[in-house]
Design a protein. Sequence first.
Length: 394
Amino acid sequence: MTFLRNSVWVFCLGACSIARAVYAPIPEQQQGKDLLITVESGFSYNTNIFGAANNAISSFVFEVSPSVTFNSSLTDQTFFSGTFTPRVDYFEKRPGSKTLYSQDVDARLSHAFSKLSVLDLSNVYSYNQNPEAILNGGPVNSDQTLQSDELDGRYSFSPVEKLGVVLKARSLYYDYVNAALGDQLNRFENLYGAEFDYALLPEFKLAGEVRHQDVDYENNPSYNNKHTDFAMVGFDYAAGPSLSASLRAGGEYRQYAASGLSSTTTPYVEASAKYDYQKGSFVSLGYTYSLVESSNPVLFADEKQNRVFLNVQHALSPLIVASASIDYEPSTLVGRGAQPNAREDSTHGGVAATYLPNKNWRITASYDYDFVNSAIEDRGLNRSRVGVNATLSF
């Protein structure tokens, strides 16, 4: 899986719709079916299959990934959707096991009590033996197999005219199979929140939100656990079908279980804009600032992360779509004890061209580049990937 082909941001509890494009674009003819079966196959060349800072191993990678999606209206007010996607990757020059199996299982249930009262539940389970291999600072050429599960709940209603309320909850679980990685990184992240918006104009809404997050590690919780409260205000603006923008700005207050770490208050920002300038063509950009979990919590309590992205998708013709994306993340690793803070800048980008000969076929050629410049030597990364894949839907 490449950066462009999976370039979708899902922000905490959907507070800010900073949406990257989904590369390659999904033909409209494939949407809305009760049963959709796809088979994807392709090959790529990866210059750093383990995402290692040194002694990188390159390899051709061959992939086969079928998928089955079922959609059904259970009643006039209830909708269900489920998808099962297994994937097999074969690495020509990978040491150890050359064949890796992964799978995703997604399910969604939505029920409308009324036009203004909707409950939406979704769950995503993933077993991934090759999770992009960009776990900065992990043991070189290690098994980074990751199981994860994400459960999201969202209840929206309108108690009075022009006022919208959304109650949200999300639970994430990370489980690394490798014992050394699991001891450091296995954890639950639970997030709860409420969002309010008031329509000053049909196209302009004022918004406010509060959230609470608990991060609970399986091992050494007295050293790693943390609790965070968020408060923010902002707006949502939709100037017709072509232009939209969103902003949330405020702060987060974090408390640590470890006695050697003081509680901290930092800014929190989510901002985005999207312009659709013709059918199948758009430009989107955004910025976030927040605290995120470090991939090495033994040395670093958190990562203060800026994130800037720009996406462009352009329909060259009804059959050919070009796309490009760049994601830049200048960050600071917050050191524990005698470990000083460390600067770490990440850049991820790519380009793709997609050919849509008919409603059943999609063929994509893509190039992706990942670069991490870190003050910690073993956290650096330099990787290129180029590939071609084809997807048949029926």
